[in-house]
Design a protein around this ligand. Structure first.
Ligand SMILES: *Cc1c(COP(=O)(O)O)cnc(C)c1O
Length: 475
């Protein structure tokens, strides 16, 4: 091609490629459509069902171009009205979160400015915001200044980073894998075992430490198990304590676990993905000892009600994280390490990353921390209120939870499991409020997990009304 041909071709291509730069006047109209939809969506949350047992229709890409109005219609019907509405205060299943609006605005800003948050040099400001959120988290958990951290997509990836650091610090590889031992309880989240499999530790020995009546790890038993394994010539290296279990809302005795981890030189990982932010509440003392952990994971997309896609990991020993994620780190001087840890990409499998720091930083700057703490205190009280009222209706309750997850069942005279399973089905078919189920100590139970920021007393009253209504159908 000669220069003239190139220029002509560029001119022709420009007609089409420039469509990606939406013009200012059109942008305003598009933003208005989206804003209107957000208002309609949020205003309708209480009236709309929270659960739809419907599969989406066509979501196909291709064919005719569509307008934003048409796309919002598709979204309304095929996304917002299928499955669980996780933005609703009536979402009381699994671990709810919410999706505060300030974080949505932060995502919008992060997306159109698109700074490169993975590398300090590329965007000192964006990496700086990521690092400031980590610094703030370290302060909450009284973790040392010298520790490091990373904002991840969620608890599962946080665990991956933490366990990889543990693996590398303890040199668990090749022939030593089968002799190495990890200690957890039956209530530990399944993502922990999944992370071990992914990082090549599928064949480690997993010891399930017995629990007390409140589903908390018995530290005396942990001590004995580790002792026995050491005597047998095995290599105990990792203990996972839960700061808030998903099924039972229990906090393991973290202080006791820290003692035993210290005594036997184990890596102590605290899974605070769900429960971590309750350290800011009246439940603070339950978290004693978490500051002695080697790694902590905590999910802002749960206990800070940020939209899905932001977790965090904190790790005491910076060298072990750099070893796995920064190739040159182990023979770098400290001064260089200080520079390395300014870049999130040196502490994570991700190089290019979503600028997630902004969706945590901006809401904290807009609201301050108080409303977040009030929200968490409110959830703790709501679970007590729910349990009191449910007891009055004749339900059996699991033990008093440490945090905001609990479970219950109805003592039907015959076929108890089967009838509670039917009750769960009725609740899902009803769809006004969403609850989920589990099997605990061999019994089918219905779970309530209160964490969404929009869950209020009125939502719990509606849950109780719905449960009564569904129970009538079975009795
Ligand atoms: C949710 C959760 C995880 C997993 O986190 P994701 O953000 O879903 O990947 C791990 N542990 C606990 C206790 C959890 O509640």
């Amino acid at each position: 091609m000669n220069t003239k041909e190139i220029v002509d071709k560029l001119h022709e291509l420009d007609q089409s490629s420039s469509e990606l730069e939406i013009q200012e006047s059109d942008r305003a109209a598009l933003i208005k459509l989206v804003t209107d939809y957000s208002n309609e969506f949020i205003a309708g949350l209480n009236d709309r069902n929270v659960f739809f047992e419907r599969r989406p229709g066509s979501l196909e890409i291709g064919g005719n171009k569509k307008t934003m109005s048409e796309l919002l219609d598709i979204y309304r019907k095929e996304v917002a009205e299928t499955g669980i509405n996780a933005a609703s205060g009536k979402h009381l299943g699994y671990i709810p979160g919410g999706g505060i609006f300030a974080a949505a605005l932060a995502d919008f800003i992060a997306a159109f400015t698109n700074p490169y948050a993975g590398v300090y040099y590329a965007s000192p400001g964006a990496a700086g915001i990521e690092n400031e959120v980590i610094r703030w988290l370290k302060k909450i958990f009284s973790f040392p200044e010298s520790s490091v951290g990373n904002l991840t997509s969620g608890g599962s990836v946080s665990a991956l980073i933490a366990f990889t650091a543990a693996r590398d610090k303890y040199q668990v590889k090749n022939e030593s894998v089968r002799k190495s031992v990890v200690y957890i309880t039956e209530q530990a989240h399944h993502s922990a075992r999944k992370a071990l499999r992914i990082i090549g530790l599928e064949d480690v020995i997993i010891r399930y430490v017995p629990m007390d009546d409140h589903h908390r790890m018995k530290t005396g038993e942990l001590d004995e198990l580790v002792q026995r394994d050491k005597t047998a010539g095995l290599n105990p290296f990792l203990v996972i304590g839960s700061a808030g279990t998903t099924d039972t809302g229990a906090v393991d005795p973290l202080d006791g676990i820290a003692d035993i981890a210290g005594k036997h030189n184990l890596w102590f990982h605290a899974d605070a993905a769900y429960g971590g932010f309750f350290i800011l509440t009246s439940k603070r003392e339950l978290f004693m000892g978490i500051e002695r952990a080697d790694s902590i994971i905590v999910d802002p997309h749960k206990g800070m009600f940020i939209p899905y896609g932001v977790g965090a990991v904190l790790i005491r020993d910076k060298a072990s994280v750099l070893y796995s994620h920064q190739y040159a780190a182990n023979y770098m001087q400290d001064a260089a390490a200080e520079e390395l840890i300014q870049s999130p990409s040196n502490l994570s499998p991700e190089l290019t990353k979503h600028f997630r720091g902004l969706r945590v930083w901006l809401p904290l700057q807009i609201h301050g921390i108080e409303p977040f703490i009030s929200c968490l205190e409110e959830k703790l009280l709501l679970v007590k209120y729910f349990r009191n009222r449910l007891g009055e209706l004749g339900f059996r309750l699991g033990p008093e939870p440490d945090l905001s997850v609990s479970y219950f069942w109805y003592p039907f005279e015959t076929d108890q499991d089967e009838k509670n399973r039917q009750l769960m089905k009725e609740i899902h078919a009803d769809g006004d409020v969403f609850l989920s189920s589990s099997v605990i100590d061999g019994r089918f139970v219905i779970r309530i997990a209160i964490l969404a920021f929009r869950t209020k007393k009125a939502s719990i009253d509606r849950a109780l009304e719905m449960i009564k209504r569904c129970l009538e159908k079975i009795r």
